[in-house]
Design a protein around this ligand. Structure first.
Ligand SMILES: [Zn+2]
Length: 202
């Protein structure tokens, strides 16, 4: 089974081919500059690609005894809309019983109303990309407030600067990406070359 998990290089090729990984000169809303940008939903717009990526991530959970011993009474949780296709794909591959996703409401991450304490199975949190880890950590807090616990966590891509555990659970990913970020244009290598800028929304 382990052999069926595509290598980091293969996953990066998929992300490049679908436009999800872009190279250039990008400026983020927080003013940081970077020579690369991930727009992960572009990889998940193709059903076949979405399936390959989600199945690959699911295999990392399947071989984890803490997870496999609790299936199918497991809940797959997405911290945001970007993680929803990942969550459905991983659920399908693992035959997990539940799916939940959080949304931002009034600047706060929350689940929909009427999800009661004690209803949420042990959780695997999955996302398309983990940049700072903030979304995962906030979601872990929500899960705990509903009386559930985290047995797994993972994403297609995790920035190497992000945490590699949440609540002592290791974060799995298909790619660990060494992101280059410049705090401002002053230190940006592409600004020095006068390369045209693309402003990205988030
Ligand atoms: Zn720049």
């Amino acid at each position: 089974m382990v052999d069926l998990i595509p290598s980091s290089d293969t996953v990066m090729q998929i992300l490049k081919r679908t436009g999800a990984f872009r190279e250039g000169h990008f400026v983020y809303p927080n003013g940081k500059h970077s020579p690369h940008y991930f727009q992960m939903p572009l990889a998940f717009r193709y059903y076949d690609t979405a399936r390959v990526l989600a199945v690959a991530l699911s295999r990392k959970f399947r071989i984890d005894r803490d997870v496999s011993s609790q299936l199918p009474k497991v809940s797959i949780i997405s911290p945001s809309s970007g993680g929803i296709p990942v969550a459905f794909g991983v659920r399908d591959a693992l035959s997990a019983e539940q799916i939940y996703w959080a949304e931002q409401e009034g600047g706060q991450r929350m689940f929909r109303q009427y999800i009661n304490k004690g209803e949420v199975n042990p959780c695997i949190i999955v996302d398309d990309i983990i940049r700072s880890g903030q979304a995962i950590e906030e979601t872990a807090g929500l899960v705990e407030s509903l009386g559930s616990n985290i047995i797994g966590c993972g994403a297609i891509v995790r920035f190497s600067s992000a945490p590699d555990t949440v609540n002592n659970v290791p974060i799995k990913s298909l790619v660990t990406f060494d992101a280059h970020m410049y705090d401002s244009g002053d230190s940006c290598a592409d600004c020095k070359k006068n390369a045209p800028v693309e402003n990205v929304r988030f």
